[in-house]
Design a protein around this ligand. Sequence first.
Ligand code: CTP
Length: 405
Amino acid sequence: MAHSFSNKHIVIAVTGGIAAYKVAGWASSLVKEQAVVDVVMTEAAKQFISPLTFSSLTGRAVFDDMFTAERSGRISHISLGREADCLLVAPATANTIAHLAGGQADNLVTTSILAATIPIIVCPAMNVKMYEHRATRNNIALLREYGYEIVEPETGAMACGDFGPGRLPTWEIVSKYVLRILTDSTLAGHHVLVTAGPTREHLDPARYLSNRSSGKMGYALALEAFYRGAAVTLISGPTTLPSFPGIELVEVETAQEMHDTVMSRYQQSSIIIKGAAVADFRAKHQSAQKIKKQDATYVVELEPTADILAELGRRCDMNHQILIGFAAESENLESEARRKLVQKNCHLIAVNSIVSPSTGFGADTNQVTLVHKKGATPLPLTSKEKTAELMFDYIEDHFLPLQTG
Ligand code: CTP
């Protein structure tokens, strides 16, 4: 199940906001990724960007009035919302949102959407006051109720000089919502909890003990679960990776914070993946003041942190919850993973080497072996995104559906 736009048919409905020009870049990206893109525009949108821009980028005539659409013979306003894989409304103005909430079909965009049978994603973008107005909030709530996916706007400086929520999100974000629609919802109804990144154990206000985990593998797993339709919570130690609004992100710093956050949330999750590189030790005493180098014989006394995965192995209902751990090893990979599988009572341990540059901390690629009760399944050396896909394929094939009763 590769995530790509290749050979997919996307309809973009552009309405009259200043952010309309940004959507030309989206159309261009989709075309570069081999998608077929049809653009439908309102009259107001044409004040901001020319249909010629879109037709030049997509190589297809733009639908910009009801009657040319009918005359083109290629496609009708009814089939625009039926034959494609996804209809993306961007930017969606307060006015168009109000018309959609009221079920009006007064132009080619609203008519296509009212008649549509395919998944619809709406990206509101407008002045912050318009966005925060109760009428708009209520209209957006109605669209959600009708089953439209809403990608909430970003907060920032607006073209009009105001500051607040209302900016069109980037393609980096919106494309993930589109890819989710193009992916089979094999994890719909599931809640997936993923931990990622390192923890930091403080010695004094300036220093901490940590490890080289980048969080990339855990973030890739969280995104893969999102694509497959799960509700996802990502509990992350400090990383430099961008957050994504489709995934609930809980940021923690220490092993204790990660422990407490996981324990307060694991019960609602059907799949729990402990991807984080949790510190095994913390300083027994943290200095409130910066430790000075005159203290030449400074010795750090360490105490163990709680083993979160082992505690989950004791607490989880193994018939209804799937528990997966990672093992980052420098030698005896499989036997170490098997020891952890048994000691921590998990369904699966994904083990990888941390001494190979292509699989260790911070690498973009990984090569994991899935160690389970029946043996070991090696996955190929590939990107962390592809590894996440293969891991979920394995989880779905071997552990789903969960036993009931
Ligand atoms: N883990 C955890 N809490 C800890 C330590 C580890 O939940 N305090 C989890 C990690 O998230 C990972 C798994 O346990 O999923 C294995 O982590 P790893 O560091 O490889 O193993 P350790 O338990 O630390 O064992 P060892 O030090 O013997 O390698």
